[in-house]
Design a protein around this ligand. Structure first.
Ligand code: FER
Length: 261
């Protein structure tokens, strides 16, 4: 495991303001649901699926602060242009957004991600992306979703960015409560899928409520150095808390390294 070392710089204040070279956001409907696609101002090779946290929706990541930051990073050459897709894992009629209900929703969302979200987004863009150019990441319950994608959709994604969220394969907050079983569930799922070429960059903060869950899980994953080894990178920001502003800061720092090797 490559541990820490990332300098978690603050997003420059000017990056939160609109950028002259802004990308576009479009809404694509499917059934009763919709997703948002961000198309950068310059031609792009990569695509990132970003999953909101509990109680959130398609606009949690697709808000001015984050989209302006990405626009500026691309305009200033700090980030290779990329498409971004923001779906919602809840059914439209769902009013219960508690962790228990969200846990059921994200698991169910896996088939929708494969059968509807990816084909719709990439059909709209006009091409199917190579696995090596596809990433999935998310915050909190979106991090939980990202771990499920690792277990069920390793054929679709090479890059996984779970941010302040653990794997719930062995129950709610299972990464913290059942770390060894959770790590084994990840390993078993990986072996079943027969695919070992991947990269995980997990990030959380020392004051994040999900810290004990993700941290316990990552430590247990380190018991499989031959499988995770350099494919797993883990950073903990001192003082980082469980909110989107902090997560945008993580993405500002880790996105330039995604798709890099
Ligand atoms: C965690 C993963 C997800 C966690 C909390 C959540 C406290 C989500 C909470 C919510 O949606 O309210 O490890 O730890």
């Amino acid at each position: 495991m490559k541990n820490g070392g990332l300098n978690m710089r603050e997003i420059p204040g000017a990056y939160l303001e609109p950028c002259a070279g802004a990308g576009r956001v479009e809404r694509l409907d499917y059934g009763e649901k919709f997703l948002l696609v961000y198309t950068p101002a310059k031609p792009a090779r990569h695509i990132l699926y970003l999953i909101h946290g509990g109680g959130g929706d398609q606009y949690a990541f697709f808000c001015p602060a984050f989209l302006n930051t990405v626009d500026h990073m691309i305009a200033d050459g700090l980030l290779e242009p990329l498409y971004m897709v923001s779906p919602c894992f809840y059914d439209p009629a769902e009013t219960d957004k508690t962790p228990a209900s969200s846990g059921v929703a994200v698991k169910k969302f896996m088939s929708e991600l494969r059968d509807q979200v990816v084909p719709l987004a990439e059909g709209f863009i006009g091409r199917s992306f190579a696995r090596k150019d596809r990433a999935i990441g998310g915050f909190s319950m979106g991090g939980v979703t990202t771990w499920y994608a690792f277990m069920r959709a390793l054929d679709l994604f090479r890059w996984f960015l779970p941010l302040s969220g653990d794997c719930w394969a062995c129950g709610e907050k299972g990464g913290g409560e059942h770390p060894a079983e959770t790590a084994k569930a990840l390993v078993d799922a990986m072996r079943e899928q027969g695919q070992r070429d991947f990269r995980i960059h997990a990030v959380t903060g020392s004051k994040d409520i999900a810290f004990p869950n993700l941290d316990g899980q990552i430590r247990a994953m380190a018991d499989y150095p031959e499988l995770f080894g350099d494919r797993l990178r883990y950073d903990v920001m001192e003082g980082g808390v469980h909110d989107y502003e902090t997560i945008f800061r993580y993405l500002y720092n880790i996105l330039p390294g995604a798709f890099a090797e």
